[in-house]
Design a binder for this molecule. Structure first.
Ligand code: NAP
Length: 339
């Protein structure tokens, strides 16, 4: 058993990323205190150190003594909690994502702790030098604004921190496992059932999805190394598959299940007729509009998301995993467990 070298407060422990971090942690020299919201998603059994706390409340809702004791104990915060659903007004994101990060910063100041913040690769779409401007109506807009605001607050604070900017995550690279089905898994499963009449993706866009264990490994290694600076795009960048390859993976997976997928046209999202969308069944309408908006986010980065993958491999031992192989594992897992 490796002696813990540091104590980590993990916010958002019940979330997809939090669960992936907890799966990767055993055997590493870290002790993890998992923050879970009272009344929120229960953590699976096996986590002894669970702290009931809420980011939207002063001192995380803890009494003064418990907060001070926590600050004495903790050296590092992995800040993964937040409201991640898309399509909500900015005011809905502010309490958990913006004010919550402010409280994490206050706590880090108190504890002299380093913060590793889980942002999103989508912030690139809001950079002033982005090749295209993201439309105000994009479903991810307010969520991304709240993440960018958090990054700014960290930058302006005096605390030591790193920022990890993952693209959309998929299941574990070896097994496809995820604690909860997310948009990529659910939508891909829908496509593999032959339900998508077309796929709205801008020409030339890469389909950049990353297995969740790669992010978890990178963050934990950053903690072990005591890193306290840098921002990392957890993306494949120009190694990411194109749309044709993604569709090929879906066809291959469907065929392994004995299904024959007809050709799926890839269409220009900007030419999408809103009236035609309205005539589709609600699930198709919702998935296709999300696909259109996610495609717009990638297009804002010129079709290829920025990446730090070479650096993550070199410094944080992130394994070389082909995204198409990981995507197939995710499709298999989604068909077996999330359908
Ligand atoms: N998953 C991805 O594809 C992806 C991609 C890019 C960036 N990210 C970023 O990575 C982080 C983690 O994402 P995720 O997929 O793990 O999200 P998630 O599955 O939605 O989990 C969010 C976590 O935050 C917790 N939380 C929400 N409000 C809270 C509050 N007021 N106080 C304390 N905890 C609160 C949730 O608790 P309950 O379960 O009790 O609600 C849950 O544990 C997020 O910041 C997200 O922006 C994720």
């Amino acid at each position: 058993m490796t002696e813990p070298a540091c104590t980590v407060l993990l916010t958002g422990a019940s979330g997809v990323v939090g669960q992936a971090v907890l799966r990767e942690a055993p055997g590493r020299p870290v002790r993890i205190v998992s923050m879970a919201r009272p009344g929120g998603t229960a953590l699976p059994p096996g986590h002894d150190e669970v702290l009931g706390a809420d980011l939207t409340r002063p001192r995380f809702g803890l009494d003064e003594d418990s907060y001070a004791a926590l600050a004495r104990d903790v050296d590092t915060v992995i800040h993964s909690a937040g409201l991640t659903e898309w399509g909500l007004p900015y005011e809905r994101y502010k309490p958990a994502n913006v004010d919550g990060t402010r409280r994490v910063i206050e706590f880090a100041e108190h504890a002299c702790a380093t913060v590793h913040f889980m942002s999103t690769a989508f912030v690139a779409a809001l950079f002033t030098d982005a090749p295209h401007q993201l439309s105000d109506t994009n479903v991810t807009m307010n969520y991304v604004r709240s993440k960018l605001r958090s990054e700014q607050m960290l930058r302006d604070s005096g605390v030591r921190y790193t920022v990890f900017r993952p693209t959309n995550l998929i299941g574990d690279s070896a097994t496809g496992w995820t604690s909860r089905g997310q948009i990529v898994q659910l939508m891909s499963d829908w496509i593999c059932r032959g339900r998508a009449p077309f796929i709205p993706v801008h020409q030339g866009n890469r389909i950049d999805i990353v297995p969740q264990d790669l992010l978890a490994k990178a963050v934990l290694r950053a903690v072990e190394l005591g890193d306290d600076g840098g921002s990392f795009w957890v993306t494949y960048g120009d190694e990411a598959m194109d749309m044709e390859r993604a569709v090929e993976m879906c066809v291959k997976h469907a065929s392994a299940l004995g299904r024959t997928l007809g050709p799926i046209p890839v269409t220009d999202p900007d030419a999408l007729d809103p009236e035609a969308l309205l005539r589709l069944p609600p699930l198709a309408r919702s998935y296709l509009s999300v696909l259109r908006d996610v495609s717009e986010v990638t297009r804002c980065s010129g079709g290829v998301l920025p990446t730090s993958m070479p650096e993550l491999r070199a410094r944080y031992d992130v394994p070389h995993i082909q995204d198409t192989d990981a995507y197939l594992r995710t499709l298999e897992y989604a068909s077996a467990h999330l359908s």
